[in-house]
Design a protein around this ligand. Structure first.
Ligand code: ZN
Length: 433
């Protein structure tokens, strides 16, 4: 039954019961003497109550009938939209990755906006709703222990599951070392296992539909067995997803990781860098963490840039080098079957960790360059959040990484994927636009 019908029926029922039921207020004089809850007879006679009930039911019938008549006459268009079958778009997760206990505590615990995943999901759902698109996103499941073991050693998994000190060092939040285990699970480990499951799921979807977005993930510092102190990455979602695809889709799948987070992606470089099926394009601030020389030697297309680099220099370099890298891979018969795009927004001007100086418009352009290359060359692409440490303030929400990600994904949906043109009931594909 529709919500409005339920409300009307409940109101009527309530008013009828109220009109005929006896009052349960104890009579002051008798209860004092007897200590029993003597009920006072109703002040409404049974005849008046029945009359009220009939009047109420008639009024209810008129209201419900009127509502449906108006809906029938004027609501045909809305009705048609509501009846459209929901289209499942290859966007995974969101709010489910928020690592939060309560908003007030979060700014103390996290160095970034820990609710950004949910904010972007909400923004994108509004985006589709505004365009009368009846869409559903995918909800991921937690990465399984078996899938973790595709990359991590058992000793590493045990360490994460038992050693709070180790976790506090990875995320550089010392109070976590003394926090209760359930809290660490709730605000950190479970959201990260869900986002890792989301990367696996989105990787499959990208292969099937040409594109996919995981509204989180991109833990590009996590390694197989070594703790990456200060990297804020626990589970190596990119290598896990790649090995999972090799296992269940095709063991010869060629993957290109394009890592444009402000930091060098030393985790996936250490795990996958020496595998011939993987190429890595990494453009990062060479003047800051992690400056991992061993991992650096595994980068196929290595572009360290200087601290404070601005839009023009950054975008010129990307626009020249990314197509050149893809050309080279094609020439070597290693054309990627999948691009995993680690789209960290910590390159944003003012980001305390990234220390680069790229504007929001620059980030939007950066993401567009990458998506256009994928589209023009017909290579499926998977987008991951990765780093981004700016928070929105009460006065200016545009400073937050959630806002930047939302605007950039809007631009991609508006101009590259063309979801709006997809007929109802079909899954939009990057290559249909
Ligand atoms: Zn980063």
């Amino acid at each position: 039954m529709k919500k409005i019908n339920r409300i009307i029926v409940l109101l009527l029922l309530g008013s009828y019961i109220y009109s005929v039921k006896p009052s349960n207020k104890p009579d002051a004089t008798t209860s004092k003497l007897t200590h029993t809850s003597t009920l006072r007879p109703s002040t409404v006679s049974p005849i008046t109550g029945a009359t009220l009930g009939v009047v109420g039911a008639t009024l209810g019938g008129v209201l419900i009938g009127g509502y449906h008549l108006i809906k029938y006459l004027f609501g045909e268009r809305n009705n048609r939209v509501a009846m459209q079958p929901a289209v499942r778009v290859p966007i995974v997760g969101g709010k489910i990755y928020n690592s939060t206990i309560c908003a007030g505590l979060d700014s103390f615990i996290h160095p970034f906006d820990s609710m950004k995943y949910g904010k972007v999901e909400k923004y994108l759902k509004k985006y589709f709703k505004k365009r009368n698109r009846n869409v559903q996103f995918y909800t991921p499941t937690e990465v399984s222990q078996d899938d973790l073991a595709l990359v991590h050693t058992q000793a590493y998994i045990d360490l994460i599951n038992t050693n709070k000190q180790a976790i506090s060092e990875i995320v550089e939040v010392s109070p976590l070392a003394i926090a209760p285990r359930f809290l660490i699970e709730k605000i950190l480990l479970r959201p990260m296992r869900l986002a890792t499951g989301g990367t696996i799921q989105a990787a499959r979807l990208a292969l099937a539909h040409g594109w996919a977005i995981n509204l989180g993930g991109g833990y590009h510092h996590a390694k197989s067995q070594e703790l990456e102190r200060g990297g804020y990455c626990i589970y190596a979602d990119i290598p896990i997803a790649v090995r999972k695809l090799w296992q269940e889709v095709d063991q010869n799948l060629n993957v290109l990781i394009i890592d444009l987070d402000a930091h060098q992606g030393n985790g996936h470089e250490a795990v996958l860098g020496d595998d011939e099926r993987v190429a890595i394009f990494d453009m990062y601030n060479g003047d800051t963490y992690p400056q991992d020389e061993d991992a650096k030697s595994q980068i196929t297309f290595d572009f360290p840039i200087r601290q404070g680099t601005e839009d023009q220099a950054y975008l010129d370099l990307l626009e020249t080098e990314l197509p050149a890298a893809l050309d080279q891979l094609e020439k070597e018969k290693r054309k990627p079957d999948l691009i995993i795009y680690n789209a960290g927004t910590d390159i944003l001007q003012g980001d305390p960790e990234g220390q680069l100086s790229i504007s929001m418009a620059g980030i939007i352009q950066r993401d567009e360059i990458v998506f256009r290359q994928a589209k023009n060359r017909q290579i499926p692409i998977l987008y991951l959040f990765s780093g981004g440490y700016t928070k929105s303030s009460l006065l200016n929400r545009r400073t937050g990484s959630a806002y930047v990600i939302s605007k950039s994904l809007k631009n991609i949906l508006d101009n590259i994927i063309e979801v709006g043109e997809t007929p109802a009931g079909q899954i939009p594909s990057l290559f249909e636009g």
